[in-house]
Write a protein that binds this ligand. Structure first.
Ligand SMILES: [Fe+2]
Length: 506
């Protein structure tokens, strides 16, 4: 058994500027109602601790070895939604977390937002005390001073392995779906944070406006918060710029001067001699949270796949020669096949890659290329593994290969895990195996500092205790915590899937 590549997969960190006037937390009153996918979640009890949880995860992944081969991690891949509201300050925090070094999210300012004890309403957990539905309904505790401790500067470890990241819908669109209109940007950069919808405003009646004119949702009563020009909205160019400027390997974290020049966020990277990772950009900047691929990117992908195959299939399913030496191909994108349904085109949007193509076009393309053996993605915040046997699903009958699509749960929500994914060659058997192993960050199981039995540890004074509290709060979220569908079935977590080797691996 020989390791061909060993990848650490993390996704959907959604690192949030929790005090931003451009957020929609007040929509949480819709939680539990049907038809609220576009509105919920708008806020998380544990969100202020996301940086600590992710820092702990990166430290843990850097120490991991393969359970089968002992191989260290070759590459960390974050499959997008690295940040929450497409803000420049959030992007800077993400790059600091990946790179290591001092992270200072508050810059000396006390927390002021929906989790402040005196903020109107009972929808958000108020750790400093007071009445809220989390405390009353679900037993969330009082942790005085937590918000300011969470935002205090701390030293991050960074990724010990080379890292790359994908562009997701939350990386390029406020709320992961809304167009940053001039009026929205004015609200975002202001010092007035709304705490409720405008009077008599029915969000369901105005659902399309959330995408086209999100400022209409922000026109309700507000409270003053410190304004911050660092909240400006970023796009693909700024995303590439931030990666190009980040220290560590690989250079530019996969992005190049061409990406910067063209404002594109797709590229290839070779983490091992026989393996090519193809990073896709599945966000549609014409709005909405689901994904798709533009015509230019799809043509680029076809060219890249041809270059990694000595033989493949033409669009009619006939065998044809490829254009290069065989390599195993690993796709990495934010959306997977199940959520590539957003073909929306807007005259007001930021998207310049038209027309858009969805799951059917992507599926038809991949079915022609047997060397594509693994596809890592996120977005749905749950664990799922699907083996696509293209020949059985209407692909070319001569195609004997298959692709393992691995969707991994989010860091933002329970179970807040990463995943190790290794491809190994089963020498002499003519097969490869895809091995997947879920990883909890190695912070204490209990955060300490909560309840009589744990008050002595004082764990909440340090980053590890705060990371642990993030997990404990996420575990207790009703319907999205322990035992929820986000964990996936056992077969969606730790697996060994054997595939025929698509070419002679030698
Ligand atoms: Fe997403």
């Amino acid at each position: 058994m020989r390791s061909l590549v060993h990848i650490a997969h993390v996704t959907d960190l959604q690192l949030a500027d929790t005090q931003s006037p451009g957020r929609f937390e007040f929509l949480e009153f819709l939680r539990g109602l049907p038809g609220t996918n576009s509105f919920i979640p708008a806020q998380r009890a544990q969100e202020v601790l996301a940086a600590h949880a992710f820092d702990a995860m990166l430290s843990t992944l850097g120490c991991c070895e393969s359970r089968e081969t002992g191989a260290p991690v070759d590459l960390v891949i974050s499959t997008g939604d690295n940040i929450d509201n497409a803000q420049w300050n959030e992007l800077g925090w993400f790059v600091t977390l990946m790179s290591g070094g001092a992270l200072d999210m508050a810059r000396g300012r006390p927390y002021r937002g929906v989790q402040s004890a005196d903020w109107p309403g009972e929808l958000a957990w108020h750790p400093d005390g007071g009445a809220d539905c989390w405390r009353i309904g679900y037993g969330y505790p009082t942790v005085e001073g937590l918000l300011d401790r969470a935002l205090a500067p701390f030293e991050t470890a960074g990724s010990l392995a080379p890292w790359i990241s994908c562009f997701g819908n939350h990386d390029g669109l406020p709320f992961g779906q809304a167009l940053p209109t001039p009026s929205y940007l004015a609200r975002l950069l202001s010092g007035a944070k709304p705490y409720a919808l405008p009077p008599a405003f029915d969000p369901f009646e105005h659902e399309s406006e959330l995408l086209e004119n999100p400022e209409t949702f922000l026109a309700g009563p507000s409270l003053p918060v410190p304004a911050d020009l660092a909240r400006r909205v970023v796009g693909r160019r700024e995303f590439v710029e931030a990666h190009l400027g980040a220290p560590g390997l690989p250079a530019g974290h996969g992005y190049s001067a061409t990406n910067l020049h063209e404002s594109t966020t797709y590229f290839t990277h070779d983490p091992a001699p026989l393996v090519r990772v193809m990073v896709l950009d599945s966000a549609n900047l014409d709005g909405f949270h689901r994904g798709s691929i533009g015509a230019r990117q799809l043509a680029w992908l076809e060219g890249q796949l041809l270059a990694c195959h000595s033989s493949c299939f033409d669009p009619a399913g006939r065998p044809m020669r490829g254009e290069g030496d065989d390599r195993l191909v690993v796709l990495a994108s934010h959306h997977g096949l199940g959520t590539m349904t957003n073909l929306r085109q807007s005259h007001h949007g930021l998207e310049d890659d038209h027309p858009r193509f969805g799951a059917e076009a992507v599926r038809s393309l991949l079915a022609r290329f047997p060397n594509v053996v693994l596809w890592l993605n996120g977005h749905r915040h749950l664990n799922e593994i699907v083996v696509h046997e293209w020949a059985k699903a209407g692909g070319p009958p001569g195609l004997r290969g298959a692709c393992v699509e691995v969707s991994t749960c989010s860091m933002a929500d329970w179970p807040s895990q990463g995943r190790l994914v290794e491809i190994v060659a089963n020498e002499g058997a003519g097969t490869i195996s895809v091995l997947t192993t879920m990883v909890n960050h190695a912070s204490p199981l209990g955060p300490g500092g909560l309840g009589a039995g744990r008050r002595e540890s004082g764990g909440l004074d340090g980053p590890a205790g705060l990371a642990s509290l993030h997990r404990e709060l996420a575990a207790n979220v009703p319907m999205a915590g322990t035992g929820s569908s986000l964990e996936g079935r056992p077969a969606d977590r730790n697996c060994k899937i054997v595939l025929p080797e698509p070419f002679r691996l030698g």
